[in-house]
Design a protein around this ligand. Structure first.
Ligand code: HEC
Length: 125
């Protein structure tokens, strides 16, 4: 065995060993019960409205809209989506008031879904 080959052999076994220990199945990466984040197939009714109902509508209902911002209808939310305030607010960007007000930021998964929906033009689907 020459030196180069020996070196290569040792290195390969180390890499194989490390590879064997690295466990990347989806159940370990995304433990039950939340499951993997699917932010790709979003629609207003199935993905966006539930997030907004849970986090925003208590303060932004049509009946009593804080800051004149309505989020409990598609029309109201679409307005905020297209004028930039929805993303600026939920992503806590400079120059926007962080939303939801006095609560923690939405999860990365929820933010990814909202971003994707806005990028599609915030459709009523
Ligand atoms: C606890 C009440 C409360 C909750 C919950 C809340 N908001 Fe607000 N929101 C306000 C108030 C009050 C204002 C008016 C500005 C102010 O007084 O801070 C406002 C303003 C806004 C504005 C306009 C901000 C701007 O920069 O002009 C947007 C957009 C908005 N909210 C979106 C949301 C979204 C989306 C959620 C859910 C993720 C949410 N809000 C949750 C109370 C709330």
């Amino acid at each position: 065995m020459n030196k180069t080959f020996k070196c290569f052999a040792i290195l390969s076994s180390v890499l194989l060993f490390l590879g064997g220990c690295y466990n990347d199945n989806e159940y370990d990466l995304y433990p039950f019960p939340s499951g993997p984040c699917d932010s790709t197939s979003v629609s207003y009714s199935t993905s966006i409205a539930p997030i907004i109902t849970a986090n925003c509508n208590v303060c932004h209902s049509t009946a009593n809209p804080s800051g004149n911002v309505i989020t409990d209808t598609w029309e109201g939310l679409n307005t905020q989506a297209l004028n930039g305030n929805l993303w600026g607010g939920v992503n806590w960007e400079n120059g926007y008031i962080p939303m939801p007000k006095d609560a923690s930021k939405l999860s990365d998964c929820d933010l990814a879904k909202i971003k994707n929906w806005i990028n599609q033009g915030a459709p009523n689907n």
